[in-house]
Ligand binder design. Structure first.
Ligand code: CA
Length: 226
């Protein structure tokens, strides 16, 4: 039995390495990878779709009636053709809801943002002050926010990669709210321009205990044959 125990410990260590390798983030949201965002990244073909949540900034809804601009692979660098521009100076936010068509492990949500400011980080043209992400298994119950990026350090540019990171979560639906206003009195902009939204993660990992049980059974079977 002692040998069997050592075998199980070794197998568990090997399995841990394998699971970590499998968890390398893949693009889940179906973006065109031939453009400037998210670029040529590894992807899983999920068949994901998205729409804009009712109540989102009316300008954004009008600019993207076919729900294509957030996954066409183009940032705002080429103008509004591949991006949405929130209403100028309004308090409206806009919220995209992605359906990945099955549950996956979500690791990161990336957004391609445009920042244009000239003398500091307060009230200068375009930028995103706050990104908030919720996830859901059923598309109805979202609970508390999964992660948030508040007051990202502004850097002038038309394809700035903002990321919301949090502990990996299993979900089918991902809701992303984009706000031009960050913390009151801190970061805010006249307009939130978004070129692309990308969701990263992978297949839901097999529980380690199940893998160990399978390996344990295999080891015991080998020993019985001796
Ligand atoms: Ca786009």
């Amino acid at each position: 039995m002692r040998n069997t125990f050592y075998w199980l410990v070794s197998a568990g260590a090997l399995l841990g390495v394998t699971l970590a390798a499998d968890a390398a983030p893949l693009l889940l949201s179906g973006n065109n990878t031939g453009g400037d965002y998210p670029g040529a990244v590894a992807a899983l073909a999920t068949g994901a779709t998205y729409n804009w949540l009712a109540g989102s900034d009316a300008d954004v809804i009008a600019q993207d009636p076919g729900y294509t601009k957030m996954t066409d692979g183009m940032s705002e660098a080429a103008g509004g053709y591949g991006a949405v521009y929130g209403g100028w100076g309004t308090t409206a936010t806009y919220t995209a809801v992605f359906d990945l068509k099955a549950a996956y492990q979500i690791d990161r949500v990336g957004v391609s943002a445009a920042f244009t400011f000239t003398d500091g980080n307060v009230d200068h043209s375009a930028g995103i002050g706050k990104l908030t992400v919720w996830t859901s298994v059923d598309g109805i119950n979202y609970g508390t926010a999964w992660g948030q990026l508040l007051d990202p350090t502004p850097v002038d540019g038309r394809n700035i990669d903002l990321s919301v990171l949090a502990a990996p979560v299993d979900a089918r639906y991902v809701k992303i709210e984009i706000d031009r206003i960050g913390s009151p009195g801190n970061t805010w902009y006249m307009q939130a321009r978004t070129g692309e939204i990308a969701i990263f993660g992978g297949a839901i990992p097999e529980p380690l205990s199940l893998g160990l049980l399978t390996l344990g059974a295999a080891v015991l079977a080998v020993r019985r044959r001796r």
